[in-house]
Design a protein around this ligand. Sequence first.
Ligand SMILES: Nc1ncnc2c1ncn2[C@@H]1O[C@H](COP(=O)(O)OP(=O)(O)OP(=O)(O)O)[C@@H](O)[C@H]1O
Ligand SMILES: [Mg+2]
Length: 332
Amino acid sequence: MQPAIISVNHLHKHFKIYKHHRGALGALCNLFTREATTVRAVDGVSFTIQPGELVGYIGPNGAGKSTTLKMLTGLLTPTGGEIEVNGRVPWKQRRAHVAHIGAVFGQRTTLWWDLPVIESLDLLQYIYKIPPAQFQHNLDEFRTMLELDPFLNTPVRSLSLGQRMRADLCAALLHDPPLLFLDEPTIGLDVVAKERIRQFILHINRARGVTVILTTHDLADVEKLCERVMIIDYGRVLFDGRLESLRDRFGGQRELVVDMAEEYATVDVDGATVAAREATRVTYQFERNALSASDLIGRVSARYRIRDLMVREPNIEDTVRRIYEERLLDEE
Ligand SMILES: Nc1ncnc2c1ncn2[C@@H]1O[C@H](COP(=O)(O)OP(=O)(O)OP(=O)(O)O)[C@@H](O)[C@H]1O
Ligand SMILES: [Mg+2]
C-alpha cells in the first residue's frame, strides 16, 4: 500500500467563546471578567486518506467539517492532535504546504474581488511560479471544461455564484496540486451548474489522479462522486467507510415493486411485507440481510405472473438522517 497522503490523529480544535456583558456597565465588566465557554468544534478525529481517493466529509450544520478542512489547509492551528498532509504539517510549514494543495471554500472566493478573472489567474501564475507552458496547458483545459470564456474578462465581484465557483475551481488547480479540498463546492447552485461541477471534480480525480476531500449538504454530490464517506457530528467521526457499506449497515429495508400480469386476491410471499398495493402494482419491503432481491423475485414469480419489476434501494438521504437522529454507532 502507498503511504497515506493525509493522516490525521486525534485531532482537536476547541474555540473559547467569551461571555459578553451588554450595556455601559457590561462593557466595564467585560474588561475585568473573562467568563469563557469552550466549543469543541473538532473533538478527536482520526483518519487516513490514500492518494487518488475521493472522500465525502459530511455532517449536519456545526458538525466541525469546515474547521477540519481549515486545519488541513493550514488556515487554523489545531488545539491538539496531529496532521500530516503530503508529508508536511500544515500549520507549521504553511508556505510549502499551500503550494502543494488546492482549496475552494464555496462560501467565499479566493480570487481578487475587483480584478477580471483572467488577471486573477495570471497573478496566481506569478505567485505559484507556474512555468508558462504548464500554466497555458492547464488554463486551456480548464477554460474548456468549465466554460470560462464568456466571463474571463469580468471582475470577480460581478460573477454569478456558479461562474465564481468555476473560476475558483480553475484557480485552485492551475499549479497542479495533488490534493484538492472543497468546502461546499455546489452550495447555492442550480441543478445544471451542480452537474457541471460534479463532472469536473470527477475528471480531476480520475484523469489527473488528484486526491479530493469534499464537504457538502447535497447528498446527490456524495452519491455521484464519493466511494468513501465520513460522517461527522459534534466533532467526532460517526461513520467512515464505503458508501455501499453505509447502505448495508444502516440502509434497512429495500423495496421490490412488481407489476402483476393480473389482479390477484392475495399477493403474500414469505420474507417480505406488502407495503403498498394499487391495482396490479404491488410494493414489497424486505430486509436486505435476510433475503436477496433475486430470491424474492423467485418467490413472487413462483406464485404469480409478473409483467415488470424494479428493485428500489433506500436512498442515502434517509440513511444519513437515521444515523444523525438515532446515533446508531453510539448505541453499538
Ligand atoms: N472561529 C470560531 N470561533 C468560535 N467558534 C467557532 C469558530 N469556527 C467555528 N466555530 C464553531 O465550531 C463548530 C463547528 O463549526 P464548523 O464551521 O466547522 O461546522 P460545519 O460542519 O462546517 O457546519 P456547516 O455545515 O454549517 O458549514 C460550530 O459550533 C461553530 O459555531
Ligand atoms: Mg462549514
